[in-house]
Ligand binder design. Structure first.
Ligand SMILES: [Zn+2]
Length: 199
């Protein structure tokens, strides 16, 4: 007998439609919410709803921001001749935390992954090329994750830019291969920025 309430089924179906969430993790999420004090659980949902209302990718660099143009793109203090290219906003947030980088960012929104069917059209690559022209960029720091796919993505972009008069560098390997940038500790990430290598 199927006695799972319809509402619960819908929630689990909704959550498991998110990339990276299977049915089991969706069930766990729903059960944990239901077991919390209702007030706290409703707070989480309110925050989620506010996030969806207020947070959008910056129109210039794609970083998640409350403003149409993020504080970094808007700042007079940043070096607007260099762009650090990352996979996701949280990679940029991690680099920002080190305080060692003062240029702009560009959020790709993922990395090339033939296995998952993610191609260059799925990433913010054409907007990167447009910004390079528009802002007369002198240096590109490729800070995709040091994974096979992150490397392939960095090489792909380096290739697109190779005939332009731009210095292209890659984060140095203080980072363990296979690491995810947003999880790297601050010291390692600081070193990786300081010791960036030309490619
Ligand atoms: Zn921005």
């Amino acid at each position: 007998m199927d006695v799972i309430p319809e509402i619960l089924k819908n929630v689990i179906e909704d959550i498991s439609s998110l990339p990276g969430y299977g049915e089991k993790s969706a069930q766990r999420f729903a059960v944990n919410l239901l077991k919390m004090p209702r007030k706290d659980a409703i707070n989480i949902i309110k925050d989620l709803s506010l996030m969806l209302e207020k947070i959008h990718p910056c129109k210039e660099c794609g970083i998640f921001s409350e403003e149409e143009i993020c504080p970094i793109c808007n700042s007079e203090e940043r070096d607007k001749s260099i762009i650090c290219v990352v996979e996701e906003s949280f990679d940029a947030f991690a680099i920002e935390k080190t305080g060692k980088y003062n240029g702009l960012y560009h959020i790709l929104g993922g990395r090339l992954s033939p296995l998952e069917g993610i191609t260059e059209e799925d990433l913010n690559i054409s907007s990167l090329l447009q910004r390079v022209e528009k802002l007369k960029i002198k240096e590109i720091l490729l800070a995709t994750n040091p994974t096979v796919e992150g490397e392939a993505t960095a090489l792909y972009i380096a290739n697109l830019l190779k005939n332009k008069d731009i210095t292209i560098s890659r984060l140095a390997y203080g980072l363990p291969f296979g690491a995810i940038l947003e999880n790297a500790d601050e010291f390692t990430l600081t070193k990786a920025i300081e010791l960036k290598v030309k490619i």
